[in-house]
Design a protein around this ligand. Structure first.
Ligand SMILES: [Zn+2]
Ligand SMILES: [Zn+2]
Length: 307
């Protein structure tokens, strides 16, 4: 079953799991302690957005199952190109707080300037959040450069602010699907990009031999029917899985000589519940470095037709 629902957890349970994993990172790689502190603060804000949204702000999307099934069959993610209302007033304070957390956590003035641009109205929060939800990297980049702001940081702030919302949207669309056509389309999903939002996975989490791709934006999980490059589907000799550290075969990178893409792949006891997937990402920054040192990279987001 390619789409893999990742069940939500109780708040206390999330706290325990996150704390245990952060302590492990601090023990294994003390140099990451400042990054862990920042992540802790960012995830607290992401969770506060999730709590706010629990108050019933997730809309029922009028996307008929058969329409979604047809989209998926063409390789187009469910949310791509759809006009989706965003709870802008609820998410704007989170945007501001995220900027402040990043400013305090090392991004300094670059993050302060973004906060000021949001507070002064130079950046319209609704437009920014919508551009992130629709994965419009070009709009965010152009808007940031036009205002003298750091594009990657603007992208990150918006992505974090809207991640709780898009996570809820994807669960509403795909968990407990009753329609046969949509269920079949999800079961046939064989792409490397997320069936909900179209982003690439942050990592593949492997539980008991099942390699589940985990979306870097909405945290959805899906398992591919074949073992191949997730970006270009190359499966021959140029697609290689390697463990940079001989003693840690549980932490690997899949690299592809055909498209030069890479994917981090880690063995885990259980799939990371939202929003703890970013801990898997920070736990494996050494794998990113190893891949990049050998000339591999994560490709740009895929473009889908916008309405
Ligand atoms: Zn996604
Ligand atoms: Zn490839």
């Amino acid at each position: 079953m390619p789409y893999v629902p990742v069940l939500p957890r109780k708040s206390a349970d999330l706290d325990d799991t996150a704390e245990r994993r952060w302590q492990q990172i601090r023990r294994d790689r003390p140099e990451l302690a400042p990054a862990v502190d920042l992540q802790k603060r960012l995830l607290t804000l992401v969770r506060s957005a999730a709590t706010t949204l629990d108050g019933g702000r997730i809309p029922r999307l009028s996307l008929p199952p058969k329409y979604l099934a047809a989209k998926l069959a063409r390789g187009v993610p469910a949310l791509a190109g759809e006009p989706i209302p965003l709870p802008v007033p609820a998410l704007t304070p989170i945007l501001v707080d995220l900027c402040q957390a990043l400013a305090d956590g090392g991004a300094g003035d670059a993050a302060v300037h973004i906060r000021q641009a949001i507070e002064s109205g130079a950046i319209e929060p609704g437009s920014l959040l919508t551009a992130s939800l629709t994965r419009d990297q070009e709009a965010i980049r152009t808007g940031a450069l036009h205002r003298g702001l750091a594009p990657d940081l603007v992208w990150l702030v918006a992505e974090l602010a809207v991640s709780s919302y898009v996570h809820r949207l994807q669960r509403r669309l795909f968990d407990d699907v009753e329609d046969g056509a949509l269920r079949a389309a999800l079961d046939c999903w064989d792409r490397g990009h997320c069936p909900a939002c179209g982003s690439w996975p942050a990592v593949a989490e492997v539980v008991s031999g099942h390699r589940t791709l985990r979306c870097s934006f909405c945290s959805s999980g899906w398992e591919l029917p074949i073992y191949a490059c997730i970006y270009c589907a190359h499966a021959a000799e140029q697609f290689v899985t390697a463990a940079p550290n001989e003693e840690r075969k549980d932490r690997r990178i899949e690299v592809c000589g055909a498209c030069r893409g890479y994917l981090k792949t880690i063995d885990v006891v259980e799939l990371s519940p939202f929003p703890l997937l970013s801990i898997s990402d920070i736990e494996t920054t050494d794998l990113d470095l190893a891949a990049m040192e050998h000339g591999y990279q994560r490709p740009a987001l895929k473009e889908f037709a916008r309405r």
